[in-house]
Design a protein around this ligand. Structure first.
Ligand code: SAH
Length: 344
């Protein structure tokens, strides 16, 4: 029988589970604190729990703790890339970015990904499996422990499509923002999707105050399909309608992520079309000079083209930023550390 992964249980579920084991309910609260507040690496550390319970946790339950395989630290800007091993041996990566306003961690939501975006290194090996809530949380917990500083922001923008792992994502968000755990403000959490329209609508109903980011990358259905196969299933207009619904329902502005690919989606006409999509729902546009992935042959536009593109959007009254490229001296981009590791 599969052992229960205690770190993926909500507080109520954990209470019920321990009560069924004949434990008093305050034991569940103590255990919850050890896992989600003190970020214990093993039940052995839980010194105020009876020895018998600690043993049970080790033997009858699964206590998920990620093993750090490798850390690359950038000398340029303090960005760190972590390669973690999951309990079943697969590896995933997470990134720590240090900003003036605090520490941001970018986590993976799946091992691999099945969305197949053409410019993305994570897509190359396909999907291995979904990550459980505990495995998403642990990426944050291990990094916070490693640096001994609070993580103030989380972006679910690493490997994987979070809305393709919807149920686990929701539990993860609940546990991360729970007042008895790290109690992260939902406003400090961003979930990025390639555009699974029905799930965007479902997410709008969950009464969360997270930020949603849509990976748009092209202003027409035709161009978008070339970069992102998911657009064949959920067309641009369907996705934009779902975003409009999300904004109306939650009042939260959506971010449009737009990777600028030289000669592909960086023309003045593209900027004009993009502005027309962003304005009606007051989206913020985040321009990302594409990270060249050797396997694909996509290149960054010239600095001048990027600047013109940004200025054009501003002329149309769109709120726009260009993402600063961090960690260029390490395997900084999307899924590249994990990929290099797998190749070895
Ligand atoms: N599946 C989700 C989240 C993971 S990807 C999504 O699609 O949004 C996080 C962001 O990085 C997405 O906007 C993705 O399109 C972008 N991205 C992936 N590879 C990239 C690359 N080589 N250069 C620039 N952006 C990239």
């Amino acid at each position: 029988m599969e052992r229960i992964d205690v770190k993926s249980l909500t507080r109520e579920e954990l209470r019920r589970e321990l009560e069924a084991q004949g434990e008093k309910s305050f034991r569940a609260d103590q255990l919850y604190q050890w896992m989600h507040l003190k970020l214990a690496g093993s039940p052995k550390e839980m010194t105020n729990l009876p020895l018998k319970l600690r043993k049970k946790l080790e033997e009858q339950y699964e206590y998920v703790c990620l093993e750090t395989v490798e850390v690359q630290r950038s000398r340029m800007d303090g960005t760190c890339k972590y390669l973690f091993r999951l309990p079943d041996g697969h590896v995933i990566e997470s990134v720590l970015m240090r900003y003036h306003h605090g520490n941001t961690v970018c986590i993976s939501s799946q091992a691999g990904c099945r969305m197949g975006c053409r410019f993305c290194a994570s897509a190359i090996g396909g999907l291995v499996r979904n990550l459980r809530p505990s495995e998403m949380l642990e990426q944050i917990y291990r990094i916070q422990k490693d640096i001994g500083e609070r993580i103030s922001n989380v972006v679910v923008m690493g490997t994987g499509e979070p809305l393709d792992n919807y149920d686990n994502l929701l539990v993860f968000l609940k546990l991360l923002s729970d007042e008895n755990g790290l109690h992260m403000s939902q406003r400090s959490i961003t979930v990025s999707t390639c555009g699974i329209a029905p799930r965007i609508r479902a997410l709008a109903e969950e009464e969360l105050s997270i930020t949603l980011a849509l990976s748009l990358h092209a202003p027409t259905q035709e161009k978008r399909r070339e970069l992102m196969p998911v657009a064949n299933k959920y067309g641009l207009s369907e996705v934009l309608e779902a975003c409009g619904y999300y904004f109306k329902k939650t009042g939260r502005r959506i971010t449009f992520e737009y990777s600028l690919v030289g000669g592909v989606n960086d023309s003045q006409e593209d900027a004009k079309l993009l502005a027309a999509l962003a304005k009606p729902i007051h989206s913020h546009v985040n321009l990302i000079p594409v990270n060249p992935v050797t396997e694909r042959g996509y290149v960054q536009p010239d600095k001048r083209v990027i600047r013109n593109f940004k200025e054009r959007l501003e002329e149309y009254g769109v709120n726009v930023t260009v993402r600063r490229e961090l960690g260029q001296d390490i395997d900084g981009a999307c899924g590249q550390l994990r990929r290099r590791y797998l190749e070895k």
